[in-house]
Design a protein around this ligand. Structure first.
Ligand SMILES: Nc1nc2c(c(=O)[nH]1)N(C=O)[C@@H](CNc1ccc(C(=O)N[C@@H](CCC(=O)O)C(=O)O)cc1)CN2
Ligand SMILES: Nc1ncnc2c1ncn2[C@@H]1O[C@H](COP(=O)(O)OP(=O)(O)OP(=O)(O)O)[C@@H](O)[C@H]1O
Length: 188
């Protein structure tokens, strides 16, 4: 098994037994919400709907909807080619479950990302250079390569912030990690 796959397996196991998971999650929500409100962000938030033991961003979504911030989540368009796009949050609450159990908007419009939009990127692990480990589909790498002018933030549990993620030439580094201690700049 290659290094990346081994690390994926290890991080999936680790994610199941995180210490103070709920406390960390709550702290991360607070930091993200303050960041979005303090910056008076007017663009879109491109978030994700948690699956398995992923960090759940529900309170952040609630804040976006209450504050009138425009919120979108991904929908996989082509599993083989690793293509996803973002779709507006459905005000009618209608989602479909995709083949790996992730909820995706059913009927809403696709969004064309604009400069400065904020992407909250799910990950299994991230390092201080901003290299991230996902499930291996290359969905975010392809999406971010097409849209280099977005602000990227990985919300992560402390144990997911690791010393080194093996990086490939196509890996798109992430700009910030949001940990329970706050937002930290990566890629330095
Ligand atoms: N919440 C969330 N949404 C997301 C992503 C994500 O990482 N998290 N994605 C980020 O890319 C895209 C979907 N990509 C995914 C790719 C593989 C698996 C996954 O669980 N694969 C299983 C095999 C499951 C199966 O085939 O039945 C595995 O790897 O074991 C999940 C999401 C778009 N939406
Ligand atoms: N911009 C790209 N163009 C073509 N292929 C790409 C691109 N980015 C990634 N890939 C392909 O996607 C595959 C998976 O990449 P990687 O292992 O980095 O996924 P990941 O970042 O863990 O997953 P995800 O982004 O879905 O969460 C690689 O085999 C790679 O060849």
């Amino acid at each position: 098994m290659d290094k990346k796959q081994q690390l994926r397996n290890d991080m999936r196991v680790l994610r199941k037994t995180l210490p103070q998971r709920k406390d960390q999650e709550t702290a991360i929500h607070k930091h993200l919400i303050s960041y979005l409100l303090d910056r008076n962000h007017k663009g879109r938030i491109l978030s994700y709907l948690a699956v398995q033991d992923e960090l759940d961003l529900e309170p952040v979504h609630q804040m976006c909807l209450q504050s009138g911030l425009s919120l979108a989540v991904p929908k996989v368009l082509d599993w083989k080619a690793g293509i996803m796009e973002f779709f507006e949050w459905p005000k009618d609450g209608v989602f479909n479950e995709n083949r790996v159990g992730i909820l995706e908007p059913r009927d809403t419009a696709t969004v064309e990302p604009a400069t400065g939009d904020i992407v909250l990127v799910p990950c299994l692990a991230i390092d201080k250079r901003g290299y991230r480990l996902g499930y291996g589909g290359g969905f975010y790498d392809r999406f971010l390569a097409k849209h280099p002018d977005l602000t990227t933030i990985c919300p992560v549990f402390d144990k997911q912030f690791i010393s080194r993620v093996p990086a490939e030439p196509y890996d798109q580094p992430i700009q910030f990690a949001c940990l329970s201690s706050g937002l930290t700049s990566l890629n330095l």
